[in-house]
Ligand binder design. Structure first.
Ligand SMILES: Nc1ncnc2c1ncn2[C@@H]1O[C@H](COP(=O)(O)OP(=O)(O)OP(=O)(O)O)[C@@H](O)[C@H]1O
Length: 271
């Protein structure tokens, strides 16, 4: 049986008592999200080997909020991030970023939107090895995007402790320095949203904490919107809100998370 007739109903419903309050007056006061999905669905493969990675996911990212996405291995976290960031095509449903339905964009317009309005941070840094840190920082400009404001770039490199590393190539930098360059690069063109997939996965806890502080400061000080996939409850506690996935569906939200509260929710999900 293929997934064409799969009911798309995960084994898990929302976790009792864990959803954010949704009274009508509070909803009415909430500003429109900067990005959202409606009924997002992603199926990989065909026929017997089909995998339902996302199952009718509705999620909102609020502007100037730091959202962490968590869940057991294989629950669909990276797939959700990739679909929201226009790096992967959903099988069904909608992704809307700053009012633009990504599904209606031509491949060229989607590439432009990714370059100009989105920033990316990956677990493996993904810097271009032949370019210096400074050249990596201005990559979106080098790819034909808007000019990176020199004053903003100077602020970023100072705040990120990179001023004496700008002419080094990635291989001449530590892992933490490389990820700081990657985060600064993601912020350099002032994107609407930074998507980060396990940004601390390759870092020790001290270096990882530095990177998380930089992301959180970007949210607190400049109103940057950040969405981050992580396995680490300590990393998730830097966020304003955690969205939990299980079997490709959103099953819980946690506002103002602590590492302990995140750990408890994960234990229930993985139990
Ligand atoms: N390219 C692909 N082809 C086939 N199946 C895939 C592909 N990418 C992901 N999947 C499957 O989709 C499901 C969701 O994968 P995804 O990587 O989004 O989960 P995840 O929660 O990010 O997992 P992890 O925490 O282990 O990184 C999994 O069952 C995975 O095996």
């Amino acid at each position: 049986m293929g997934l064409g007739i799969y009911p798309c109903q995960p084994k898990w419903g929302p976790m009792a008592g864990s959803l954010e309050p949704r009274s009508a007056p509070v909803q009415a006061l909430r500003p429109a999200p900067i990005a959202y999905t409606v009924g997002l669905r992603k199926v990989y493969g065909e026929g017997e080997s089909q995998v339902l990675a996302l199952c009718n996911v509705d999620i909102q990212l609020q502007a100037a909020e730091f959202t962490a996405i968590m869940g057991p291995s294989g629950s669909g976290k990276s797939t959700l991030l990739q679909c929201m960031a226009g790096l992967d095509h959903p099988t069904g449903g909608q992704v809307v970023v700053e009012g633009v339905d990504l599904g209606r964009l031509s491949p060229g317009r989607l590439t432009d939107l990714r370059r100009d309005r989105l920033g990316f941070v990956f677990q493996s840094f993904n810097l271009i090895p032949q370019l210096t840190a400074l050249e990596n920082l201005t990559l979106s400009e080098r790819l034909g995007g808007a000019r990176v404001d020199p004053a903003w770039l100077s602020h970023l490199t100072t705040a990120f402790g990179l001023t004496d590393r700008l002419h080094h190539r990635p291989a001449q930098l530590s892992g933490g320095q490389q990820q700081r360059v990657a985060v600064a690069r993601a912020l350099a063109h002032r994107p609407a949203i930074v998507f980060a997939d396990e940004p601390t996965g390759n870092l020790d806890s001290r270096t990882g904490a530095e990177v998380l502080r930089l992301l959180r400061n970007a949210v607190a000080q400049t109103g940057q919107t950040v969405a981050m996939v992580t396995h680490d409850p300590v990393a998730a506690a830097y966020a304003h809100r955690v969205v939990f996935l299980r079997d490709g569906a959103v099953v819980a939200h946690l506002a103002s998370p602590t590492a302990e509260a995140v750990l408890q929710r994960l234990a229930i999900l993985e139990g």
